[in-house]
Design a protein around this ligand. Structure first.
Ligand code: GCO
Ligand code: MG
Length: 403
């Protein structure tokens, strides 16, 4: 028995907010987990401090599956982003502890490497097509084999995915939500020329991706997918909101462009129909919002039966702890597809020193025992929490819409 003797939550804001859980065992081993839920961080911190930590003390840190089931079934109130992010943080920390005790990196405990590294995609964006292409070329030169393209929409002042700073994108940028305007018509006109220009400039030996960010109806998404077919995109992401999983049937009837969804999912139940009916090609659930490594492996196993591959969310609101966990998961599962990689700032990396590395368009989790990420608590204490919201969007006539 490796008894858990204490656990605590650290909230730090090195450029953006992160919630981190540290679990300590009797013999002095510490495990680390990410519990960051962008724009709602303190809800998870309280869920952990007030409701989860008291139940952890005295338990055997080795019993990862049992603790997962205890927190999931034991709460009675199942699922939801707050609950599942809290469970995820505990799960990551326990895998970290198990790895440290075994003297092995977590991916070795998950069955070992299934590949040399995890292919990642970077974010190229710009105010207009030429700026986006310029940035995409920079990613290409850096060795990226997959690049996401997001461009400003002519006639709209601001849009999701286009940042002020081209390299570090932090959408949760204000103490109250900023408002932007949206026009589906303007947007739909703008994407095919972007892809046409990208193929001309970058050629065909690079994967191109695009994120719709839940802003189309299924039939509109079908049309966009069809319009993009000549440019062979790797995927079209979050084409329509997925609360109604059957909505993807309509998109599928109209296009062979591969579909990805799942960054806001928090359990296997959000994806069950999408996977079983083969309505998607990539499942994007993340280690932090979908119950940790333990639950993500369950989702990947179901997906594997239906030839659906993984494409985990990896925006900067997922801390380096999540990035490490995603890479240990990704390098080990048989049906890995791609991993999103939005670089963290140097400020963030300094607070979370880590063993994972980028090389030749791929990332590797490194071979340190456990997850291979630490938190510098002295540095973390210097960055106070600052309330920050994601933006909201309205249609041009003022109707509330999806950002
Ligand atoms: C992505 C995502 C993010 C989200 C962000 C919200 O594909 O990377 O859509 O950019 O908007 O994670 O917190
Ligand atoms: Mg997305």
């Amino acid at each position: 028995m490796t008894e858990i003797v204490s656990a605590r939550v650290i909230v730090t804001s090195p450029g953006r907010n992160f919630v981190t859980l540290l679990i300590e065992t009797k013999d002095g081993v510490t495990g680390i987990g990410d519990a960051t839920l962008n724009g709602r961080e303190l809800a998870v911190a309280s869920y952990l401090e007030d409701h989860v930590i008291p139940c952890l003390i005295g338990r055997d840190a080795h019993r990862i599956e049992d603790i997962w089931q205890y927190l999931y079934k034991g709460a009675y109130w199942r699922r939801g982003p707050v609950t599942m992010s809290a469970i995820a943080a505990v799960d990551m920390a326990l895998w970290d502890i198990k790895g440290k005790l075994a003297g092995l990196p977590v991916y070795q405990l998950l069955g070992g490497a299934s590949r040399e590294g995890c292919m990642v995609y970077g974010h190229a964006n710009g105010a207009d097509i030429s700026e986006t292409i310029e940035n995409a070329l920079r990613y290409h030169e850096q060795g990226y084999r997959a690049i996401r393209l997001q461009s400003g929409v002519p006639g709209l002042k601001a849009t999701y995915g286009v940042s002020k700073d081209r390299y570090f994108y932090e959408p949760a940028d204000a103490a109250l939500p900023t408002e932007s305007l949206w026009s589906t018509e303007k947007y739909l006109r703008s994407v095919p020329p972007l892809f046409e220009a990208a193929r001309e400039a970058l050629g065909w030996d690079v994967h191109l991706l695009h994120d719709v960010h839940h802003r189309l109806t299924p039939i509109e998404a079908g049309r966009l997918g069809k319009d993009l077919e000549p440019y062979r995109p790797f995927w079209l992401e979050d084409a329509t909101p997925a609360e109604n999983q059957a909505a993807f049937r309509l998109i599928r009837q109209h296009t062979t462009t591969p579909l990805a969804v799942g960054e806001i999912f928090n359990s296997i139940w959000d994806a069950k129909q999408l996977i079983e009916e083969q309505l998607i090609d990539y499942i994007r659930a993340t280690v932090v919002h979908a119950g940790g490594i333990t639950h993500l492996r369950r989702i990947a196993s179901l997906a594997d039966l239906y030839q659906v591959r993984t494409g985990c969310h990896g925006a900067t609101d997922l801390s380096p702890v999540s990035m490490a966990a995603a890479l240990h998961f990704g390098i080990s599962v048989p049906n890995f597809g791609v991993q999103e990689y939005m670089r963290h700032t140097e400020e963030t990396d300094a607070v979370f020193p880590h063993a994972y590395r980028f090389e030749d368009g791929m990332m590797h989790p490194g071979d340190k025992p456990g997850l291979g990420v630490e938190i510098d608590e002295v540095l973390a204490a210097k960055h106070d929490y600052k309330r920050a919201y994601l933006p909201v969007a309205r249609l041009e006539d003022g109707t509330m819409f999806n950002w």
